[in-house]
Design a protein. Structure first.
Length: 114
């Protein structure tokens, strides 16, 4: 099991950047792939980026070239670097394991608006 705490969201103008952080406790980080999800109002939660224990990444087509996922094993933390943000990126962002999900954290709100 484990606990997930997301942070780093905020209000940003179109074209801006944000870096999200997810601090993971327990064994989830060290044992499993990790991912960043997002849920916009009226939409289902979707996986936008994932990273294996070995650093292999996979990104949703709509964020390729704009988002980067990374992990720091020493800090048990997963990051999502977001740039060239668009209004359609507005959502609550969560992290979890796509392989062995645990209870969801509170998420962090990202709002892209002028």
């Amino acid at each position: 099991q484990g606990q997930l705490v997301e942070s780093g969201g905020g209000l940003v103008q179109p074209g801006g950047s944000l870096r999200l952080s997810c601090a993971a406790s327990g064994s989830i980080f060290s044992n499993y792939n990790m991912g960043w999800y997002r849920q916009a109002p009226g939409h289902q939660r979707e996986l936008v980026a994932s990273i294996t224990r070995y650093g292999v990444t996979n990104l949703k087509d709509s964020v390729k070239g704009r988002f980067t996922i990374s992990r720091d094993a020493a800090k048990n933390t997963v990051y999502l670097q977001m740039s060239s943000l668009k209004p359609e990126d507005t959502a609550v962002y969560y992290c979890n394991s796509p392989v062995k999900p645990v209870d969801w954290g509170q998420g962090t709100q990202v709002t892209v608006s002028s």
